[in-house]
Design a protein around this ligand. Structure first.
Ligand SMILES: [Zn+2]
Ligand SMILES: [Zn+2]
Ligand SMILES: [Zn+2]
Length: 770
């Protein structure tokens, strides 16, 4: 396909296209389009987008520009097309020329893309030359962020550089109109990465025979470390209870649910009850793990998600997954290849070193992973998909900022302590990293630093401002302090939650923000976690909160919901008999020590945490007194509540210090305990607790909105990972005539804190300058 001769004196245009336009088949698309409109010229990747020069009839040029937007490839996202007169210097056809690299500008890096339907068809077609090739890709799919070392996106700047295309692949790459025209990850079994399986005895199999061997081991109950797209997974047969339990013991993860990979939507339906929206999310291009309602009767072992009514499912997203799932024939547990709370392993050496005591065999490939990235996790909250973790398939696409970072400045926001992410921001773009993890191990700290360096390098950002949490003890705070910066911005945790939600919705005016989570450092030195703020991007005022309660044992309370109940009991000791169930089975001596801690206020901070209120309720109801991971009690209450409507129990608003409103949960907790003693079913009480929390929160928000003349409410914080809570709050607040902003682009939890810090820092820096 070549374009007809074009006169050099034809009108010509130079177009600069910005947005997600590299690694998405954009240049081949431009080539087809130019050929169709009989235009001469060229296209090339530039560091900051794609540059096109076209010459031909004026009406063809107009049609070309129109179609450029209208027919862009599905993965492309054009932010802007800048047009200027150009010149083609005697070109007679249209060509794709090699990239120009400059260090001044930046451009969106495409996230990794799930294997496309066309590639899956070829993978399963015995007549195709890539039949059962585990690394099949095309311009529409395959690894991107995880293999890109630098921009612009060309093979020589990716880890595919190690594999030189064979003649057959080279021909596809060079042929306009081919689905692999200029596909930078193009390869086949002759020239591409290879698979190998190393078992415990040191034996190694190469090539596709590994798949049969790995499947056999899995069916025998083995734990396989699988090198995938963004790192290692640990896989076991999800129908084998013994294997799942062995994995739990080896990973030191005794209760937290494992995610499953199933081969098809039909297989997913055998495990879970799903709405159409959930199935669409599961099969969406990004292929996140989707948390859905688990079927009571299924082949999946109970130990996959003990005590949970939900299960996290995902579909295969690489050709290797497709082949493995098909060969093994059962759903697989696919959990991050790490010890609990450490970052996911990426290199083979690292995995062998760290996972040796866990995995029975390693199924690996030799394509290096440049950036590690975990699976994204989502769930539906009413009609709205929300993130629990934003990583593969989404990162590192920028999230827009409503107030731009001023020219020649850039922001590094270091995030929170748990579920950490970092954000680098410049102009109106915030590059939010994939999930980094909990910053309490050396490995995670190393990963944190590497992530900052990686994003800075990829997007050529040198931070001038560093934003951090108010908490003096966070590791991220220490990291922020040790960095050179001309300016430092400190952002209160819950302000960051609300700012994140406002910023992603482009809202800069004051809102009423409801931030509910476990713990965050308050500006009065106490622990906050159920806060109503009047806030914009630059500042906040705390106008209402939950009644503060002593938390005996501080951090120990997170794992021991009964401690939260004990804290509440200290506020009104005569409720002792009603709270009694909370302490059943708690060791007498431990209880006595905790009592004394409360009395003497030793290691007993005062907290207004919504997470701890959920814990106290769960303990008083006898649902859970000891938690094996943070949030377990809240998840169980949500599961018990289901979708039934609950009785509204008393949860009054009382006057607090400095004209603040205080939500007093004592009557609510008392009523729960009394009804439980009277034999009211747990399900009804869990529903009543949820609906009472929503009703009280909406009542406070309405009062504040009326007082201040504000019509917008934003919600954020880890408590809003509770789908029932966020959906009913949004419905009730909307029914009260308020505009409700719910986290969509980022998780409600602390994964959004770095973006919120960046939004606040940008707004403060911009205000100082203007
Ligand atoms: Zn493809
Ligand atoms: Zn090849
Ligand atoms: Zn938080």
């Amino acid at each position: 396909m070549t374009s007809p001769l074009t006169q050099t004196d034809s009108p010509a245009l130079r177009l600069h296209v910005r947005g997600v336009v590299q690694g998405v088949g954009f240049r081949p698309f431009v080539h087809r389009l130019a050929s169709r409109h009989a235009l001469a010229g060229w296209v090339r990747n530039r560091e900051n987008g794609v540059e096109i020069v076209v010459a031909g009839a004026p009406e063809s040029l107009d049609a070309f520009v129109r179609d450029l937007r209208a027919e862009a490839p599905p993965l492309a996202d054009i932010a802007e097309i800048e047009a200027a007169p150009g010149d083609v210097y005697g070109a007679t056809s249209f060509t794709i020329v090699s990239s120009a690299e400059s260090t001044h500008d930046r451009q969106a890096v495409a996230p990794d893309v799930t294997t496309c339907d066309a590639c899956v068809r070829e993978l399963n077609d015995p007549a195709d030359r890539r039949y059962r090739y585990p690394f099949i890709t095309c311009t529409d799919c395959g690894p991107r962020y995880t293999v890109i070392e630098r921009m612009p996106y060309d093979r020589e700047r990716t880890s595919m550089r190690a594999f030189t295309q064979c003649d057959a692949c080279g021909r596809e790459y060079a042929t306009p109109g081919d689905r692999r025209h200029h596909s930078e990850t193009n390869s086949c079994s002759v020239c591409g990465p290879t698979l190998s399986l190393r078992d415990a005895t040191g034996g190694t199999t190469l090539g596709n025979a590994c798949l049969e061997d790995a499947a056999r081991l899995l069916r025998q109950g083995a734990i396989i470390a699988l090198r995938g797209l963004g790192g290692f997974h640990l896989a076991v047969d999800a129908t084998n209870d013994g294997a799942v339990r062995r994995l739990r013991r080896a990973k030191h993860r005794d209760a937290k649910p494992f995610a499953l990979m199933v081969r098809t939507l039909a297989d997913a339906r055998a495990v879970a009850d799903m709405s159409d929206a959930e199935m669409r999310l599961l099969a969406s291009r990004e292929r996140p793990i989707v948390v859905v309602s688990r079927r009571a009767e299924s082949a999946v072992a109970a130990s996959v998600a003990p005590g949970m009514a939900t299960v996290g499912l995902m579909l295969p997203y690489t050709p290797l997954h497709h082949l493995l799932l098909e060969t093994v024939g059962v759903p697989l547990v696919m959990t991050s290849g790490n010890l609990s709370d450490e970052p996911i392993c990426a290199s083979i050496d690292e995995a062998v070193d760290r996972l040796r005591g866990i995995a029975d065999a390693f199924l690996v490939h030799d394509r290096e992973i440049v950036s590690r990235v975990d699976d994204s996790v989502m769930r539906m909250a009413g009609d709205t998909p929300i993130f629990l973790r934003r990583a593969r398939g989404f990162a590192p696409l920028p999230v827009p900022l409503p107030i731009a970072v001023p020219p020649h400045q850039a922001i590094l926001a270091v995030g929170a302590h748990l579920k950490n992410t970092v954000t680098l921001a410049t102009d109106r773009s915030a590059y939010v990293s994939p999930h980094v993890g909990d910053l309490d191990s050396l490995e995670t700290l190393v990963h944190f630093r590497a992530t900052v360096a990686r994003l800075a390098d990829l997007f050529h950002i040198e931070p001038t401002t560093v934003a951090r949490d108010l908490h003096p003890g966070y590791l991220s705070t220490a990291e922020a302090e040790r960095r050179r910066a001309s300016k430092r911005v400190v952002v209160q945790h819950h302000h960051a939650h609300i700012a994140a939600v406002c910023a992603e919705h482009g809202v800069t005016q004051p809102v009423v923000g409801v931030a509910c989570d476990g713990t965050g450092f308050g500006d009065d030195g106490t622990v906050w976690g159920a806060e109503v703020l009047v806030a914009d991007l630059t500042r906040y005022e705390r106008v209402a909160h939950l009644r503060p309660v002593p938390l005996p044992g501080s951090e120990l309370a997170i794992r021991n919901p009964w401690r939260s109940a004990l804290g509440y009991l200290a506020l009104e000791p005569m409720l002792g008999p009603v709270f009694a169930r909370a302490f059943d089975g708690v060791e007498a001596r431990e209880l006595e020590v905790a009592r004394r801690q409360v009395e003497r206020r030793v290691n007993t901070p005062v907290a207004s945490s919504m997470g701890r209120l959920f814990d106290a309720a769960a303990a008083i109801l006898g649902v859970r007194r000891e938690a094996r991971f943070e949030g377990q009690a809240a998840m169980e209450l949500e599961a018990l509540a289901g979708s039934r409507a609950g009785e509204l129990l008393p949860f009054p608003i009382i006057p607090g210090p400095e004209k603040r409103l205080v939500l007093d949960p004592m009557p609510l907790l008392g009523a729960l305990g009394e009804r439980r003693a009277a034999g009211v079913p747990l399900e009804a009480l869990a529903a009543a607790f949820h609906d009472s929390v929503v009703a009280a929160t909406v009542a406070v928000v309405r009062r504040v909105c009326e007082d201040r003349g504000i019509g917008v409410v934003a919600v954020g914080g880890g408590t809003f990972q509770n789908a029932r809570l966020v959906a009913t709050f949004a419905r009730e607040a909307a029914a009260a005539g308020l505009r409700v902003l719910v986290p969509r682009a980022l998780p409600p939890n602390d994964g959004a804190i770095s973006y919120g810090q960046a939004a606040v820092a940008a707004a403060r820096v911009a205000r100082e300058i203007s």
